[in-house]
Write a protein of this length. Structure first.
Length: 37
């Protein structure tokens, strides 16, 4: 869902990620809790 060019240090957003493609070490419930305050 992301494209990265290390030579030019640029990135491109290709599409919204699916839940399966998000790394496991991200805890969505903590993000929601933080922004709901």
């Amino acid at each position: 869902w992301l494209e990265w060019d290390a030579k030019s240090l640029t990135g491109k957003f290709l599409q919204y990620p699916d839940r399966e493609s998000i790394p496991e070490n991200i805890k969505e419930n903590l993000i929601v809790e933080l922004y709901s305050k």
